[in-house]
Write a protein that binds this ligand. Structure first.
Ligand code: MD6
Ligand code: FE
Length: 216
């Protein structure tokens, strides 16, 4: 048995809560993920300046493409993305409550887009800022499946200082406040680390819910 892990705060407004989702919840979310990938907009590798990302993404609420949000997946098949589910709004609020946000912040949190990413063993995500949203409300991130090394950096550039964290199946990571525009990325995925019963045999799912601040 591994030692239980406690909360980590790699920066102001950034909180990692290990083991936040139960295995049953993880399994249920993986089943929803499989439904999302079935369409109307299939999961796809977004193209950044002509190069396909190694991560594949399916979106809810708003469709993300580098570097904007649209209701229709104009870079895939033109279909409108699935609506943002109410259960995910409730989950997002619970995530903020459990990471010490105020009642006002919790009540005001109405995420309207989710990016659901799938990583195979070889997938990575380069250091980036999440700045396509007009709102600076926190981002709520959920990890399921294989463990990854998540690099949490600074708000100035892609380099040091940064902190390497392990994001494991069931972990919650909230990214807000003064850390909202911190650079971050996934340096590697660790094969065969997904726990029995999480719903995924191999690979990693990461779901980030966000408030776009867009209307329409
Ligand atoms: C990932 N996540 O964990 C990629 N962004 O696979 C992100 O890029 C991310 O986890 C903003 C906030 C939390 C995140
Ligand atoms: Fe990000």
């Amino acid at each position: 048995m591994e030692a239980p892990r406690g909360p980590e705060r790699p920066g102001p407004g950034a909180v990692l809560l290990p083991g936040w989702l139960t295995l049953d919840q993880q399994q249920w979310i993986v089943a929803r993920f499989r439904e999302w990938t079935a369409g109307p907009v299939p999961i796809r590798a977004a193209k950044v300046r002509g190069h396909e990302m190694s991560v594949r993404t399916v979106c809810l609420g708003w469709h993300w493409q580098p570097y904007r949000y649209t209701r229709e997946a104009t870079d895939v098949n033109g279909e409108r993305v699935l609506p943002f589910p109410d259960w995910m709004v409730r989950l997002g609020r619970r995530a903020l409550a459990d990471t010490g946000h105020s009642d006002e912040q919790v009540a005001a949190y109405t995420p309207d887009t989710a990016l659901a990413n799938f990583y195979d063993d070889a997938a990575r995500m380069g250091m980036h800022q999440d700045r396509d949203e007009k709102s600076l409300a926190p981002i709520v991130s959920l990890s399921i499946g294989d463990t990854c090394t998540f690099r949490f950096g600074n708000t100035e550039n892609r380099g040091r200082p940064y902190t390497d964290l392990s994001l494991r199946s069931g972990d919650l990571f909230v990214f807000g406040g003064a850390s909202r525009l911190a650079y971050h990325g996934v340096t590697r995925v660790h094969p065969s680390t997904a726990p029995e019963g999480c719903g995924l045999d191999s690979g990693r799912i990461n779901i980030t819910m966000r408030m776009t601040g867009l209307s329409g």
